[in-house]
Design a protein around this ligand. Sequence first.
Ligand code: PLP
Ligand code: ZN
Length: 420
Amino acid sequence: MEKHEGFMKALKCRECGREYPLAATHVCEFDFGPLEVAYDYDRIKKSLTRAAIEKRPQTMWRYRELLPIAGEPTVGFQVGFTPLVKADRLAKRLGIRELWIKNDTVNYPTLSFKDRVVSVALSRARELGFKVVACASTGNLANSVAANAAAAGLKSFVFIPSDLEQGKVINSLVYGANVIGIKGHYDEVNRLCAEIAGKFGWAFVNVNMRPYYAEGSKSMGFEIVEQLGWRAPQHTVVPMASGSLLTKIHKSYQEFMKLGIIPESRYHVHGAQATGCSPISVAQKAGLDFFKPVKPNTIAKSLAIGTPADGFYALKVMKETGAVAEDVSDDELREGIKLLAEYEGIFAETAGGVTVGVAKKLIASGRIPADDSVVLCITGNGLKTLDAVVGHTGRAREIKPSLREFEALINAEGELSAAI
Ligand SMILES: *Cc1c(COP(=O)(O)O)cnc(C)c1O
Ligand SMILES: [Zn+2]
């Protein structure tokens, strides 16, 4: 069965361990378990060292041996290596010693962490000979598939719930993608896409290409470790939609430890959701191994997956790493957006507000101790979800272009005179 492609050995069922060829397929025929890429770690160990990584260009592809393509990447060369920002002002506000923001609001080219998974999925789709790429998306994935497919000269179809934020819809249409709005929530979009993938033979990045796609998320964890000076943070707070990113952050730390790139250390990977769509967080807090599907009702649309494909595995990772999940209301997530903006100058989308809001709760309750190191994964840009904060920020004052009017304004408003 084994036929080496790059550093990949096979696709392997997470449940029964059966191996499959490295094709566009994602479930085990025997038990419907999800397939995952298996690597040849002995060979990887020989070529992937700290020194080798440090010499390479500053993109996610500097960890290339641990990403699932056979040859060189052909889509998304510039993706990743986003800033890891030391957030001292926010740390002080939240009452924690060491806080970092992994800032994927500025990921190239579509301002979310989805560019990581898409560059892997589309590079692999090309290796497998696909000409049409597609996805089921809560917004950011659609933007990234549309942009990266355009740059690669691939045709794209993106399927989204029809009630998405306008910013996310326009950000797919502008690249010339075929955008299909489905009158239903994400879980219905996803079910339809599974049928279309079977019938049309397209590369659906998060359906039949999911084993490759999901691996792209590991790059966020590899970068965190390297940018911290080759160590895993004690706590990482990760937003959860399907739960995939959380499981892959964990896998990235595990792989670096297994390869001897960093020493073994204890760490916790905590999960963040919006209360209006919190199947994983509810299950974790109740001490359950399985989640109950929900119907989403939150402004955090990028996280609004009621039947999370990796929810079961996300719960397992939290259990294994001694971590917890938490969720925040729409008002609390808005406050999270504002905290990050006002204390660190970073404008995140709703998912970022969820992550900050949850971190605040975990710190306040002592579940993240004040002396530990913490990284928050901020995954998307606030410019795409302006609707979420309209009416919840300060307002712009208007005056005529006259010094006298400005002075009158300052004198009239205590808030402005206090700012001088
Ligand atoms: C997709 C997405 C996530 C979470 O993705 P998973 O499905 O859990 O891997 C987090 N933040 C943003 C902004 C996203 O678009
Ligand atoms: Zn199986």
